[in-house]
Design a protein around this ligand. Structure first.
Ligand code: G6Q
Length: 539
């Protein structure tokens, strides 16, 4: 067990010494601290000096990573070993962004040519739709693309579309439907002309309840106007690994873009699941994003742990989660385009590492994934930052800022970035009671105005948000998640925890729909809720 390792025990002792040391002291004692704890790679600068660490902490965390076999785990993933043991699958999202001449073997076959064959087909399709060469059934240009998918087949595409909107064509609108709540479909298609609408049904399995329900509704919606089944081929494309189900649905498999079982849903936005992204930003920008992913993959694979951005990020999460007991991490992008980035990261981090048994099936005796959350700055400052500054909880923060705005407008960007630096500064150093009183605050009010400080944060400073940078950022968090999973000895690549609710919902659905009152055999609470729902629904 992790907690029995020598490196863990040494870290625990070290924590005892560090736990009450203030960042004010750490900075006062070392004028070179900022330089020492800044790492730069691939145009991403991470200043992690405002963390409650010393050089010794970093060394001990790196020792822990070594003792947990992180190096071997990384090699095993990139090599295509079946590290997703509960599903007996390789984990090769890194192959999705490997260059054309690379070789990645799965079961003795190089999969890179297949990856590029799909990318080439996607590019040809995207070019036709974007140029207007592809027309709908009645000969009109496509003006709206609606991606239908959920979870990994939605969150990545939505996030990437928002993140790269600056680079997107404005000739086509993009909408996203995920929820089984009919409102999602109704609002996403409100005001659209079926003759000018292209649906992309994105589903790895092509059996997901929400997606298939929405896809069938979309088909009926389109055919209500277009009247001819043959129109489906011009208004529907599919992204899936399941050609049989795609054909059964009525989508021409010529308009199907595939991927593979070694791509997990939440790691799939750079596969064909990114078709909507490519339609929005064009094949060149999409490939630039893939190049960014790949550059970060190589950094993660080759850089020594002390200089390895994702490894450092992952180790810091372990440090706060397991030693300081910090249950959450706030991700605070100071860029409006990254407004969906925290939501995307929630799935990536929590669906991956929200596990409580080790690879060997033993119950863990330590905490695993933190809860990720956040909002783009500066909005959060006028809301939940109060708790981060003065609440009783320790919440490590990731600040993400850019040197140049894609929309330079007067003073906006300097003011935005002033807030990034100010927040990190205030969290770390706070304001003592002496400072507060020296400002003339009366004694009774002083405690309310004290900022304890010593609240840790990372600051990422990057030149500009480009497709390449987005790829790097996503891969950076993917590999941080991997690092954490390797330390905790869990499987970040399955998600059995989502199954039970799905099964129960399918059992309950007919009980809500049946004309006759069903005999309910759930617990008393569920039975009563179902009965009440049936009663209210009839009124
Ligand atoms: C992600 C999960 C999950 C999945 C959705 C959609 O890692 O597996 O979020 O992406 O359930 O699945 P389909 O793409 O098969 O519809």
């Amino acid at each position: 067990m992790l907690t029995d390792l020598a490196a863990w025990k040494t870290l625990s002792e070290h924590y005892g010494k560090i736990q009450s040391v203030h960042l004010r002291t750490l900075f006062a004692n070392d004028p070179k601290r900022a330089q020492k704890f800044t790492v730069e790679a691939l145009g991403i600068c991470l200043d992690y000096s405002k963390n409650r660490i010393t050089q010794g902490t970093v060394e001990l965390l790196a020792n822990l990573a070594e003792e947990c076999g992180l190096r071997d785990r990384i090699d095993a993933m990139f090599r295509g070993d079946k590290i997703n043991i509960t599903e007996n699958r390789a984990v090769l999202h890194t192959a999705l962004r490997a260059p054309r001449d690379a070789s990645v073997q799965v079961d003795g076959k190089n999969v890179v040519p297949d990856v590029h064959a799909v990318l080439d087909r996607m590019s040809a399709f995207a070019d036709r739709v974007r140029s207007g060469a592809w027309t709908g059934y009645t000969g009109k240009r496509i003006r709206t693309v609606v991606n239908i998918g959920i979870g990994g087949s939605d969150l990545g595409p939505v996030m990437a579309y928002e993140a790269l909107r600056h680079y997107a064509t404005r000739d086509i609108a993009f909408r996203f439907v995920s929820n089984i709540d009919g409102t999602d479909f109704a609002e996403a298609t409100h005001g659209l002309d079926p003759e000018e609408t292209l649906f992309i049904v994105s589903s790895k399995t092509f059996t997901t309840l929400e997606t298939m329900t929405n896809a069938h509704t979309a088909k009926a919606w389109a055919l209500a106007t277009l009247k001819d089944e043959a129109a489906v081929a011009k208004h529907f494309a599919a992204v899936s690994t399941n050609a049989k189900e795609v054909a059964k649905f009525g989508i021409d498999t010529a308009n199907m873009f595939g991927f593979w079982d070694w791509v997990g849903g939440r790691y799939s936005m750079d596969s064909a699941i990114g078709l909507s992204t490519m339609l929005a930003v064009g094949p060149d920008n999409f490939r630039a994003m893939l190049a960014g992913f790949h550059a970060m993959d190589e950094h993660f694979r080759t850089a020594p742990f002390e200089k390895n951005i994702p490894v450092l990020m992952g180790l810091l999460c372990v440090w706060y989660d397991n030693f300081f007991g910090a249950d959450t991490v706030a991700v605070l992008p100071y860029d409006q385009y990254l407004k969906r980035f925290p939501a995307y990261l929630q799935q990536l981090t929590m669906e991956s590492n929200g596990k409580s048994v080790t690879l060997a099936g033993e119950r863990v005796t330590y905490e695993t994934s933190q809860i990720y959350w956040g909002e783009p700055g500066t909005n959060g400052q006028h809301s939940f930052y109060q708790l981060i500054h003065q609440g009783t909880k320790l919440i490590p923060c990731d600040f993400i800022g850019f040197a140049r705005s894609l929309n330079p407008l007067g003073r906006h960007h300097d003011l935005l970035m002033a807030n990034v630096f100010a927040q990190a500064e205030a969290l770390a150093f706070g304001k003592t009671v002496e400072q507060v009183k020296a400002e003339g605050t009366p004694d009774w009010l002083a405690p309310h105005r004290v900022f304890e400080g010593n609240r840790p944060s990372n600051t990422f400073l990057i030149e500009e948000l480009t497709p390449e940078v987005l790829g790097k950022l996503i891969a950076m968090y993917e590999h941080s998640v991997f690092t954490q999973g390797a330390i905790w000895g869990i499987n970040p690549f399955d998600q059995w925890g989502v199954e039970l609710g799905k099964v129960l919902a399918m059992r309950i659905a007919p009980e809500l729909e049946s004309a006759e009152a069903p005999e309910l055999k759930h617990d008393a609470s569920t039975n009563a809720l179902i009965a009440r729902y049936r009663g209210l629904k009839r009124q």
